[in-house]
Design a protein around this ligand. Structure first.
Ligand SMILES: Nc1nc2c(ncn2[C@@H]2O[C@H](COP(=O)(O)OP(=O)(O)OP(=O)(O)O)[C@@H](O)[C@H]2O)c(=O)[nH]1
Ligand SMILES: [Mg+2]
Ligand SMILES: [Zn+2]
Length: 295
């Protein structure tokens, strides 16, 4: 076993790449060890075979269409949720990404990319201020006509940052603007793994200065949550909790139960209605997973 663990940057079915003493090395995954993920700390032997995965701090992923959890990356400090006016996000995309990060113990940061384009007068763009008041911060960025990523750069100087968001919002463009030696890194990685460099097809961790990592992910059209119980889902709506303590029923789902303090807070204007609407839709979606049964 190698003396100190090394950071895994990319994982395919039975092989990947790790950052070893300032260079990228191929890693073989034997079948007896559960496949590691980008962001994992791993031990490898002299032949480059994985021997152990260090226990993870957290694990980020997405639900497949049937509500099963599909892991994407491990040991994240923050999830940068990239949205843009083009392609415009679907109704609950931002709420799902925020919930997923919070549920998994990862700090979310919303990035409004393509700030060179006019900001649409529709949700979620019109909700960003109210989200900020709830503690969900956002920063603006752009990659064209010339990059302006200073606000984002100042937030990601240490730890492991995941770039999440719909296909085409500009995650890889942001990565290119943020990491000065990105071309050298992707070129070396492609030689190590034998995979092409031009489209984002797999989650990949890139070294960002001395002390930080940026994980680019392949975009999705729709980001889905996985099957979970309502208590877990409510961790994705932390602004509800101080009100929920006052609900008449301890297992109140904040729908139409009598004595619901969350609904009362929405009616009095203490909680924004759009968050409650999103909660109701995500709760209904969970019940559909339940009916189908996750096979
Ligand atoms: N106008 C404008 N276009 C941008 C900006 N950033 C990126 N783009 C364009 O958006 C398109 C998609 O950019 P990518 O960086 O490939 O998007 P991505 O999120 O990595 O996409 P996937 O890898 O498919 O998930 C490209 O044509 C970029 O040139 C921006 O700030 N403004
Ligand atoms: Mg990309
Ligand atoms: Zn309630």
């Amino acid at each position: 076993m190698s003396e100190s663990p090394v950071r895994l940057v990319q994982a395919h079915a039975n092989h990947g790449a790790a950052w070893v003493n300032g260079d990228l090395r191929p890693v073989h995954f034997p079948r007896r060890i559960e496949r590691p993920l980008p962001g994992d700390l791993v031990h490898i032997d002299d032949a480059g075979t994985l021997t152990a995965v260090v226990e993870r701090r957290n694990l980020f992923g997405r639900g497949d269409g049937r509500g099963r959890f599909r892991p994407i990356a491990a040991n994240l400090d923050r999830s940068v949720i990239v949205i843009a006016s083009e392609p415009a996000p679907s109704r609950d995309l931002l709420h799902r990404y925020l919930a997923a990060a919070l549920i998994r113990g990862i700090e979310p940061l919303i990035v409004l990319n393509k700030s060179d384009l006019p900001r649409p007068r529709q949700a979620p763009f019109t909700e960003l201020q109210a989200l900020g008041e709830l503690g969900f911060e956002h920063v603006e960025a752009r990659c064209l006509p010339e990059p302006d990523v200073a606000a984002l750069q100042s937030r990601i100087g240490c730890g492991i940052t995941l770039l999440a968001g719909q296909s085409g919002v500009g995650k890889s463009s942001l990565l290119n603007a943020l990491v000065p030696d990105i071309e050298a890194q992707t070129g070396r990685l492609s030689r190590v793994t034998g995979k092409g460099t031009h489209t984002t097809t797999t989650a990949t961790a890139h070294r960002h200065g001395d002390d930080a990592w940026l994980i680019d992910t392949p975009g999705v059209w729709e980001y889905g949550l996985w099957k979970m119980d309502p208590e877990t889902l409510q961790r994705g709506f932390p602004e509800f909790s101080k009100h929920a303590a006052g609900c008449r029923f301890r297992d109140c789902r904040h729908r139409s139960e009598p004595g619901c303090a969350v609904v009362a807070a929405v009616e009095s204007g203490a909680l924004p209605g759009f968050r409650h609407q999103a909660w109701l839709r995500l709760l209904a979606e969970q019940e559909r997973f339940g009916c189908q049964g996750v096979r």
